[in-house]
Design a protein around this ligand. Sequence first.
Ligand code: ADP
Ligand code: MG
Ligand code: ZN
Length: 563
Amino acid sequence: MLEQAKLTLKKYYGYDSFRPGQESIIASILSGKDTFVIMPTGAGKSLCFQIPALQLPGITLVISPLISLMKDQVDALGTLGIAAAYINSSLSYSEVRKRVAETRAGRYKLLYVAPERLQLESFRQLLTTLPVSMVAIDEAHCVSQWGHDFRPAYLAIGPFLQELGQRPVVAAFTATATPEIKQDIVRQLGLADPRIFVTGFNRENLHLAVRTLRGKEKRQFILEYVTARAEQAGIIYTATRKETEELCNFLNENGLTAGKYHAGMADAERKRNQENFIYDNLRLMVATNAFGMGIDKSNVRFVIHYNMPKNIEAYYQEAGRAGRDGEPAECILLFGAQDIVLQKFLIEQSVPHPERRKYEMAKLQSMVEYCQTSRCLRHFILNYFGESDAPEECGTCSNCGNEREVQDVTAAAHTILSCLIDLRERFGVRTLVEVLSGSRGKKVRDNHFERLPRFGALAQQYPQSEIQGLVGWLVTEGYLRQSDGQYPVLKLTDSGRKVLEEQVRLERIVPKQVPLQANSVGDDSLFQILRRLRRTIAERENLPPYLIFSDSTLRELCQRRPN
Ligand code: ADP
Ligand code: MG
Ligand code: ZN
């Protein structure tokens, strides 16, 4: 049977060999066992149910969450010469009946179905008339309320499987892999003692990078980065719709053609932009996380996150949309301290349940650690997904690739730890950072913390984001810990106390951040004048500004000083 699978791979898809995991997953399904597959985005999950579908007698139902995704897959199968159809809300009832009848007559091997259909008694009845050998559930994490794409209609799948007279083999697929969600999926779908496949999360061709920047610097960075890659397709994710709009406008004002995508736009416009992007008519897409699930565009060369996402799963799934063709691609996360505040706010707004909120906050904390770590980013992510044997250094991420420097943070750590004692270990990171940086937030004012001996003690030396980074580092290194509960409070640990009592020198290894050029230019106003001039010329000549002078040329001009 596996021989046949190989032939199918070659005959229909034109590929010579299976990717890691695919062959054993196909074998598991063909042997009739429920199968649960966790594979990163772009690894090639679709094949794993499509090939068995062709070999099994009868038909395979594929449950898939998005209408667009369904249509894309059915169309793609059509071009490969595989007969497939879909049923979703875009069809009238008579069309639905027609497709089911055609399926019964053996016209299709795969029938894609929207989960909402399964909520309809009449439709389920219709399905029972079909010889279903397999049910494949794509994006299976949508069944879990703990996941980030929960779709209530997915809850109809489990009961539907129970209802079927003869139980087909069930295969579930997802790219989300935390242990809780894994268990939840198995339970909600009622998988019977499934074989579980977790294939490597490592995507060798993705170069991971984090840069700590403030709002304005982020825009500047993107402008330069994107301008320097004139031919490449890329996605820029923002945390909010408003930011998608603003950033997209900003890029367009600067002569870069960018499209946008978020849930607040009209369907038609969204769809048009998405198609233009997929078919290479538009190389830049600025979007919220509404964009991308299941989009199979292989030549995305970079994914930039304008804001830190809410957790590592979301980040890796979005970043993973780069480089599906296996060629090198870059995943850059632009981190700013205000991102933490924003994500906390979003979680507080959207997650009412206290337990659940705690869980989300803990995941956010890991995301923050990723942004602040000085260790290998790839190692960090793989370790997060449970691949504890991942190499310590990948050699290509921004933390491995960059030079590092050793900072002596003994004095700063003393100040931070002592300040925490001043605060009687009764406040969280935010208040501590505010006090140390001398900012007068509400808590500070209400409690008169401006009278504390260490109020503003680090303000001269470090920007607020850096103080936050230092506190984060002290937590990661185990000198401080955060208490549980809804309002976590910072506590000194034993080793933290030791730092204060004994003479321990603390060294922090940080990636040497190459300062952004925009900031290293002494005369920023000259740069702005030149850009305005450039825009005037551009408008007169009706050309995009970057064709007149690139930003880097302008910057070089700025740096030349008359002797
Ligand atoms: P996933 O659903 O896991 O995100 P897809 O099934 O959409 O990934 O596959 C991603 C890309 O990889 C597709 O373009 C697919 O054709 C390609 N692909 C899958 N399996 C193979 C293979 N064995 N050899 C080469 N390319 C493959
Ligand atoms: Mg997929
Ligand atoms: Zn690395």
